[in-house]
Design a binder for this molecule. Structure first.
Ligand code: BG6
Length: 479
C-alpha cells in the first residue's frame, strides 16, 4: 500500500469553488483518507478559494461537517491536525484582487517552509468559470512552474470539458496557450475506479484473451451504466445537458476505449492515452436515417415536471446506442452503449458475448454463447459463463459461471476511492488515468454527431417508468 506516495516535496493544493458540492462530497473525504494513510507529502496544505467571505475557522467547520457526514469511524487523533491543513482565501473568480490575496498567502507559506512548494489548482467550479480562472491564473503568474521536479504547478479540470466539440476546442486552445499538456489533468473519475484501472491489466496480462479479442470471436459488447437515482433536483444543470453529455461523452466512452483499444506497445501514459484516442476516433458517425435505426432516446416519466426543467423538454435521461468501430479488429461488432437514470438497478458493467462457431455441436436447437461479464459496481467482479453437462443420464447442458470477486479475493485490502487515486497521481505526475486532448476531441465528435442527428431527424424521446429497465423499445436494439 505504501508504495503509492513518492512525492515528498512540499505541496499546496488550491481548490477553486471550495465551498461547493464536489469539495464536500469527494475531495475532503479523499484527502482525509490519504492523510490518514500517510500518503500525502509531509508538508502539505489546502487553500480553499471561493466567493463567500469566510474565515479559516468557518471553512474548517465545513471540512469537519463533510468528514462527519462521509467517513465512518473518524479517527479523533487525526481530525485536529487534518483540519489544520486547511485555510481559506475569499475572492471572486473574475477580479484580480482575490488572486493577489491568494498569491500573498502562497508566498507566506513558501517563506514559512523555506521552499518553492509544488502547487496544484483544482477547478471545482461550473465550467463557465474555467476560462476566467485560467486567464487570471496565468496573468497573476500563479501557475508558473519553477521546474519539473519541484515548484511545479498543475491544473486539474473536472468534467465537462466543454459542451461540444467547438467549445472544447476553444477551451483547449486557451489552455494550450497558458499551460503545457504535462501541467493539465482532465479528470474522469471513472478512470480512477479500481476495476476500471484493472481493465488494462486484465486484457493485456491474460494472453488467451488477446487472441479472442476481435470480430472473429466476439459477437457484441454491451457497456452499461444504470443509476437508480434520478436527477435529484439538478434540473437547472441537467436539462441543458442530457445523459449523453453528462456520462456518455466521458465515462461510457472511456470504458469503450479501454475495452477495445489495440494492444499498446508499452504502458506509458502517452501510449495508453494515444491508444484510447485512436479507437475513439474510429467510431462510426450516424446519418439522420441510421441514427433512428441504431439509437433510442428515453426520458423517465415525470422528468418534465422536475424543478427547473422545461415542460416540453426533449432532454434524454436514458439512451441506448448501437455503435460501430471502423477498424479491422472490430468491423461489424455492435458495441451497445446503455446509460440512464431512475432505472431499476444501480450497476456499471461490460458484457462481452462470444460467438458460437457454426455448425453448433450443442444438442437441441440452442446456440450456446459464452459471456464475459466485467462488473465495476456495485460489486467489483469478473465472471465468465460456461456450459456444463448436468449430471445424469441425459445430455442436458446448463450455463454456469466462473466468478472472481475482487473484495473476496483481497479481503484485507482497503480499496482506494477514485478521487484518492487520482489526487495521488497528480502529486506523482502520472497522467495515465487522465484524459488527453485527442480523446476529449474524439469523444465530442462522436457525441455531437449523435446529438445533431437526433435533432435533424427529429427523433423524440420515448418515455419509461421509473424503476424499470428503461424504455420497452430497448428490446429492439438489444435483443
Ligand atoms: C457524474 C455524473 O459524472 O457521474 C452524474 O455527472 C452521475 O450524473 C455520476 O450520477 C455517477 O458516478 P458514480 O461514480 O456514482 O457511478
Amino acid at each position: 500500500m505504501t508504495d503509492f506516495s513518492k512525492s515528498t516535496t512540499p505541496t499546496i493544493f488550491i481548490v477553486f469553488g471550495a465551498t461547493g458540492d464536489l469539495m464536500r462530497r469527494k475531495l475532503i473525504p479523499s484527502l482525509y483518507q490519504l492523510y490518514q494513510r500517510k500518503l500525502l507529502p509531509p508538508l502539505f496544505h489546502v487553500i480553499g478559494y471561493s466567493r463567500r467571505e469566510w474565515s479559516d475557522d468557518e471553512f474548517r467547520a465545513l471540512v469537519l461537517a463533510s468528514l462527519q457526514d462521509r467517513i465512518k469511524n473518524l479517527d479523533e487523533g487525526v481530525i485536529h491536525p487534518f483540519l489544520h491543513l486547511f485555510s481559506y482565501s475569499s475572492g471572486f473568480f473574475d477580479t484580480v484582487d482575490g488572486y493577489n490575496k491568494l498569491a500573498q498567502r502562497l508566498g507566506v507559506r513558501d517563506k514559512e517552509w523555506s521552499t518553492c512548494a509544488n502547487k496544484f489548482f483544482y477547478l471545482a467550479v461550473p465550467p463557465e468559470y474555467y476560462e476566467t480562472i485560467f486567464r487570471h491564473l496565468a496573468d497573476s503568474h500563479l501557475a508558473s512552474s519553477h521546474s519539473e521536479e519541484s515548484g511545479w504547478t498543475r491544473v486539474i479540470v473536472e468534467k465537462p470539458f466543454g459542451k461540444n466539440l467547438k467549445t472544447a476546442e476553444k477551451l483547449d486552445a486557451l489552455l494550450g496557450k497558458l499551460f503545457s499538456e504535462e501541467q493539465v489533468y482532465r479528470i474522469d473519475h471513472y478512470l480512477g475506479k479500481e476495476t476500471v484501472q484493472n481493465i488494462l491489466a486484465f486484457r493485456f496480462s491474460n494472453s488467451f484473451l488477446e487472441h479472442a479479442w476481435n470480430n472473429d470471436f466476439i459477437e457484441r459488447i454491451h457497456i452499461k451504466i444504470s443509476e437508480k437515482i434520478d436527477i435529484e433536483g439538478r434540473g437547472e444543470l441537467f436539462d441543458g445537458v442530457g445523459m449523453l453529455r453528462d456520462m456518455g461523452q466521458n465515462h461510457i466512452l472511456q470504458l469503450l476505449a479501454l475495452f477495445t483499444m489495440d494492444t499498446p506497445k508499452d504502458f506509458s501514459a502517452d501510449t495508453i492515452r494515444a491508444g484510447r484516442a485512436e479507437v475513439l476516433r474510429a467510431l462510426a458517425p450516424y446519418t439522420t436515417r441510421t441514427v433512428r435505426e441504431h439509437t433510442i432516446r428515453g426520458q423517465y416519466e415525470g422528468y418534465a415536471r422536475e424543478k427547473n426543467v422545461a415542460p416540453d423538454t426533449q432532454t434524454e435521461t436514458y439512451y441506448m446506442i448501437r455503435a460501430f468501430i471502423r477498424t479491422r479488429r472490430w468491423r461489424g461488432v455492435p458495441i451497445i452503449l446503455e446509460n440512464g437514470k431512475a432505472l431499476k438497478d444501480a450497476i456499471a458493467k461490460i458484457s462481452v458475448r462470444f460467438r458460437h462457431p457454426a455448425p453448433c455441436l450443442c444438442p437441441g436447437d440452442a446456440h450456446f454463447h459464452n459471456v464475459l461479464r466485467y462488473q465495476i459496481q456495485p460489486q467489483e467482479r469478473i465472471s465468465m459463463s460456461f456450459w456444463v453437462k448436468r449430471p445424469g443420464t441425459e445430455m442436458k447442458i446448463e450455463e454456469n459461471d466462473f466468478v472472481f470477486d475482487y473484495k473476496q479475493a483481497y479481503p484485507d485490502t482497503e480499496f482506494m476511492g477514485p478521487y484518492e487515486k487520482l489526487l495521488l497521481d497528480v502529486l506523482e505526475g502520472n497522467q495515465t488515468l487522465f484524459v488527453s486532448t485527442p480523446e476529449i476531441m474524439a469523444s465530442w465528435r462522436f457525441v455531437d454527431n449523435v446529438l445533431r442527428s437526433w435533432k435533424r431527424s427529429d427523433q423524440q424521446v420515448v418515455l419509461y417508468k421509473k424503476g424499470t429497465d428503461g424504455p420497452i423499445e430497448r428490446a429492439t436494439l438489444h435483443p
